[in-house]
Design a protein around this ligand. Structure first.
Ligand code: AMP
Length: 297
């Protein structure tokens, strides 16, 4: 098995990218913050399908954390991540340190307006500015033809598509489907921080998404009724508080009102508290489902 090449500087990655491009090879970039799980690895598999060279970045981006505690607690196990990259045929792991991407002199930011106003943008000030800035840096470093992001972070995917288009990066942005635990909870490195009781309660998220999808399948089109049903289900978990439960146009992310007429994303974010016996920590989880109101009802 060819071993994964670990690159730590932008300059070296650019040189490798130029070399690969010169040989006519297509490059795919999968940006991650490490702590790799099957969700990330599904994006790597997709990358192999659409490109010849797969670059995975492993960088916990301090600029996208609105909560410093969340940043400090973010799990990191580089040797485990590199072993997973190796096992999944990743060609290059890009592992810059913070000073490599944010030298003290750095004064430039990339911002996408409008799409970042609501949902996670509203509850995590500065988050998307951190994401779009770091992804721009990664794009310039890896010079990919295609970049792959998960639909788990639905708003992030929409923001990055817009950024790539607005700023004419010439990079195709592809979304990969959400990978779930056997019981339906979307994979996230944060799941491990839930106490056992909170972990069990987190299934309200999946129940709510399933109920909404089934209701739309049966002809429900009333946006408020759908949101009320979802809120009632997630509200039944006593360790959860709702950050947001929203229905938005699946493309423009504009809020849906009245009747559901177009493909729409049901997006939710919940905070789970530590268990009453002190197990676990406070964790924020997000998830979503695209609802397709086909035909008339
Ligand atoms: P992160 O390391 O959390 O920044 O995630 C890196 C990439 O993996 C992002 O594009 C995420 O949307 C994607 N991702 C995270 N969890 C999942 C999942 N359960 N299914 C699919 N993609 C995911």
């Amino acid at each position: 098995m060819a071993s994964v090449c670990v690159i730590r500087t932008v300059r070296e990655l650019q040189a490798r990218a130029d070399e690969e491009r010169g040989r006519g090879r297509r490059i795919a970039l999968v940006p991650t913050m490490g702590a790799l799980h099957e969700g990330h690895l599904s994006l790597v598999k997709l990358a192999h399908e659409v490109a010849d060279v797969v670059v995975v970045s492993l960088f916990v981006n301090p600029k996208q954390f609105d909560d410093p505690k969340d940043f400090e607690r973010y799990p990191a196990d580089l040797s485990e991540d590199l072993a997973l990259c190796e096992a999944h045929g990743v060609d290059v792991a890009f592992v810059p340190d913070v000073a490599e991407l944010y030298p003290d002199t750095a004064a430039s930011w990339v911002e996408v307006e409008a799409l970042t106003d609501g949902l996670c943008g509203a509850s995590r000030p500065g988050h998307f500015r951190g994401v779009t800035t770091v992804v721009t840096k990664l794009f310039h470093a890896a010079r990919p033809h295609v970049a792959i992001f998960g639909e788990k972070d639905y708003q992030q995917l929409a923001v990055l598509r817009r950024m790539a288009q607005d700023l004419a990066f010439g990079i195709e942005v592809i979304g990969g489907p959400i990978v779930r635990e056997p019981d339906g909870l979307a994979l996230s490195s944060r799941n491990l921080r839930l106490g056992p009781r909170a972990r069990a309660q987190a299934l309200v998220i999946v129940q709510a998404l399933d109920v909404a999808e089934a209701a739309v399948g049966e002809g429900e089109r009333d946006v408020q009724r759908l949101l009320d049903r979802v809120s009632a289900i997630v509200g039944s978990a006593d360790q959860a508080t709702i950050d947001y439960v929203e229905l938005r146009d699946a493309e423009s992310l504009e809020a849906c009102a009245g009747r559901l007429e177009v493909p729409s994303v049901l997006a939710l974010a919940l905070h789970f508290e530590a268990d009453p016996d002190g197990q676990g920590e406070s964790v924020r989880l997000i998830d979503n489902r695209v609802l397709l109101p086909r035909g008339g009802a």
